[in-house]
Design a protein. Sequence first.
Length: 541
Amino acid sequence: MREAPRRLASLWRRSLQFRTVAITLGLSGLAILMIGFTISFTVASNLFQTQLDQVLASSSTATTSAQAILDSSDAADRAAVQAVTNSAIATVTGVSGSADLALFREPGSETITLAPADRLSRNLGGRITPELRERVQENPGKQFWQSIEMVNDDGETVPGIVVGSDLVVPAAGRYELYIGYDLADAAQTLALMQLTGVIGAIVLIAMLGVITLVVVRWVIEPIRTAAATSRRLAAGDLGVRMPSKGEDELATLAASFNGMADSLQARIRELAELSVMQQRFVSDVSHELRTPLTTIRLAGDVLYGQREDFQPPTSRTVELLRTQTDRFETLLADLLEISRYDAGSVELETEPTNLVHLAGDAVESMHELAREHGSELRLDAPGGHLDADVDPRRIRRIVRNLLGNAIEHGEGRPIVVSVDSNATAIALSVRDYGLGMSDEDAARVFDRFWRADPSRTRTIGGTGLGLAIALEDAVAHRGALEVWSREGRGTVFRLTIPRIDDLAAVVSPLPLEPPDPDATGPIAPAPLLGEAPAVVEVHDA
């Protein structure tokens, strides 16, 4: 029961059919309720007015007949007066059809021994109000009425009317006459009519519900089909189409949808073919360039080996030729790697790998380059000593790309590499304290051939594809490569590799934003790697 409101709210949000039927039944029920109340009130008012007119007419006739009997009498003693009074009361009972009577001698009348005693039936006891008696007393010869509750023979309370008038008894004076009328038959008729109306309203609402459900299903079914078709299109099933029948609006919708799907399929096919051509072109060009590049490499190596015999300008030219040939070769390798990712032909060669040792090897290999740029490298590994199934070549390439980027933009400040793990993932981050980037630059840092400052030349021979390839390597491992940066405070790149299948439950063991975002260097002095074979600060998890 506690879940029922939440489930109804969920059904209301998700089901157009449920909302349509519910709104239709709600509004129809409200309309029927208002109409029913109006009809019931009108019928009850008309029925009461009819009964009231009959009661007043009957009471008037009975009172007139009784007064005629009293007027024709010449009774002079108590017994005769009592007899004629009883005769008049019997006439009232017979003409009015009601045995509920009350006869009161008017208050303040002179005491007369011949005057008959007051009479009061059980049903009228306590029900004649002082206001009604006062009106009768003050207006001789007129009728006044009042609604009351009466008790029938079965002891049930039923509605009624009491009509008050006056009689003049010879030799006794003026009396108040009250006649009670039972409206049980009218109330029963009204109750039966109301019950019939309620049953009819329920049947009508049920019929409206069924009709609305049928109509809504007939209208919404094509919409459901369109929704299912669009989901399949979004999932990549470009051949799916909506069934089209008839010539109505739904058929027009289906035809328009199918036309859109045809156009979309053709456009996607064109784009796919163009993408394949572009990928093939890049791959073919890269392969074709290897042959002349090999020749240039051989000739350059020969010249480089004899550079000491050349004049200084020529020797410098040979050195530049060798440097640019190396960069050209690296660029071709990166282009081939990118083309493999674009073609979807990359396959991981995974094996159990310790990321701490892998990161340590990468740091050690980059030590000399870091020292040339005045940066210190530090490896901090409080955890992460468990092996992970990864492609070590690609993870090593990610680390080297991140380190190269940190060295180039680190402005000679320390660089911290952190490795940690938890039950769901293993993470590796590279933090530098260099130039940093704005939010707009950080959003484009993984774009191919993109540089935050186009006027700034690369100092370590990067190709502009390193971070793009690193991101592709991370995605290939079902992981994520994220960046945090602040201008003037440095940059953090974080690689997270999941250890479980449920990617939604993965929590990175390393924070993306560092705990010291405003710091300009590590909190503790960092050793310069390379002064000892492997100076690494490692803590047990």
